[in-house]
Design a protein around this ligand. Structure first.
Ligand code: DSN
Length: 421
């Protein structure tokens, strides 16, 4: 067990003082390192990010912004936040960055607060077609507070229909158009969205929580040149701490900052902001570009392998870090497949596919992603094997122990946490 690099030098102190919680942390380490982690929105942060997270900056109240705080003693944390802002702006070539949002959902809440009033119309991708709860789902604040018009994917191509988006925009005159998704394997045409937004005089908000890391490494085109506001998370392919952020034009900077604080958040999490700064620096290193290209190549290899096993990739493939798999041909639901994979040491999530006949709690699909296994050093050859293991776990649940043994063999030689990459 390689505990030290992940919990820092004081882990033994926690073990002495609170063995019950220390054991939970060790158990999670064992769970994560003992199996294959294919959740598309997860990753393994570096020890340097962990060190910043587990630092004294967690102690400091710093409501406000650098140089404009409502507490004394902020001169040191100001340096951390300025560094994070500068690094984010440089990494993404953005005019303005706000690094305080606690999560992607908080970033979206603040972005809407900056651009919309309750009752205003927004146009966004429907959750069952790959969008996100905060893109206007009825069970979320966004669906309650705004007049939401949803677009989806075409039945035949399972890809965004830009003509439909344009028609809906012309008919409904939204104040904000949201693009970005959580279960859409294809590239999003930000230039097309920009054109539609301009045609109807709407703000364009790109929620690139899933793909910001790939954009940072240059593996896919960036949304920043096209969108007025870009919201993102730092813990997915970007490989930073759990958290969110917002990039925007200089024109919207003050509105976005006021929307984050004091409108939707209070004190920023300064330890998380420090860790975000570390992650931005890591993502600016030349090696990170190679990492993001490998993430995409691995997702294609996994997708091809699953397709060869009779598990159909929605939209026919992937251009990103994730694949969405339609299980109907093998007559297993997403919920059952998720359970069977878990029994074999493979962690992934069930996911609605477009036009899914099953309810969201069951689904007909699976979502798989490659940020974690790529951080572990796996390449396309291994991902081909991973696809075979997933297929076997789903098709032959009676052989779960045998599959799990092969999974253990793979992860034993591909360590989940790296001190360098
Ligand atoms: N929960 C994230 C995901 O798994 O895609 C999105 O918020």
């Amino acid at each position: 067990m390689r505990a030290e690099p992940f919990f820092g030098p004081d882990f033994t102190l926690l073990q002495r003082q609170d063995p019950e919680m220390a054991q939970i942390l060790l158990d999670e380490l064992e769970r994560a390192s003992g199996g294959l982690q294919l959740i598309a929105s997860e990753n393994f942060t570096s020890p340097a990010v962990m060190a910043a997270l587990g630092s004294t900056l967690t102690n400091k109240y710093a409501e406000g912004y650098p140089g404009r705080r409502y507490y004394g003693g902020c001169e040191v944390v100001d340096r951390a936040e300025r560094l994070a802002i500068d690094r984010a702006r440089r990494l993404f070539a953005a005019e303005h960055a706000n690094v305080q949002p606690h999560s992607g959902a908080s970033a979206n809440l603040a972005a809407y607060a900056a651009l919309l009033q309750p009752g205003d119309t927004m146009l966004a991708m429907a959750l069952p077609h790959g969008g996100h709860l905060t893109h206007g789902s009825k069970v979320n604040f966004s669906g309650r507070w705004f007049d939401v018009v949803s677009y989806g994917v075409r039945r035949d191509t399972e890809q965004i229909d830009y003509d439909e988006v344009r028609d809906l925009a012309l008919r409904n005159q939204p104040k904000v158009i949201v693009c970005g998704a959580t279960a859409y394997p294809r590239l999003i045409d930000f230039s097309a969205f920009r054109g539609i937004a301009d045609e109807v005089g709407a703000w364009l908000l790109a929620d690139v929580a899933h793909t910001i890391g790939l954009m940072a490494g240059g593996a896919i085109p960036s949304a920043v040149p096209y969108a007025d506001v870009v919201t993102f998370t730092t813990h997915k392919a970007l490989r930073g701490p759990r958290g969110g952020g917002i990039l925007c034009t200089a024109e919207l900077a003050a509105r976005v900052d006021r929307a984050v604080f004091p409108f939707v958040q209070g004190g920023p999490l300064m330890h998380a902001i420090a860790a975000k700064a570390v992650a931005f620096a890591e993502a600016a290193a030349p090696e990170f570009a190679g990492y993001t290209q490998r993430v995409v190549a691995n997702a294609k290899a996994l997708c091809d392998s699953l397709a060869a096993e009779g598990m159909r990739p929605v939209s026919g493939g992937t251009d990103s870090h994730l694949a969405l798999i339609d299980l109907r041909a093998i007559e297993v639901t997403g919920a059952e497949a998720e359970k069977r994979c878990a029994a074999a040491g493979i962690t992934l999530n069930r996911n609605a596919i477009p036009y899914d006949p099953e309810p969201a709690s069951i689904t007909s699909g699976l979502r798989v992603g490659t940020p974690c296994v790529t951080t572990q050093g796996m390449g396309p050859e291994q991902l081909k094997e991973v696809g075979t293991l997933v297929a076997q776990a789903i098709r032959y649940p009676e052989n779960a122990a045998e599959v799990q043994e092969r999974v253990s063999g793979m992860v034993a030689i591909h360590k989940p946490y790296l001190s360098e990459y």
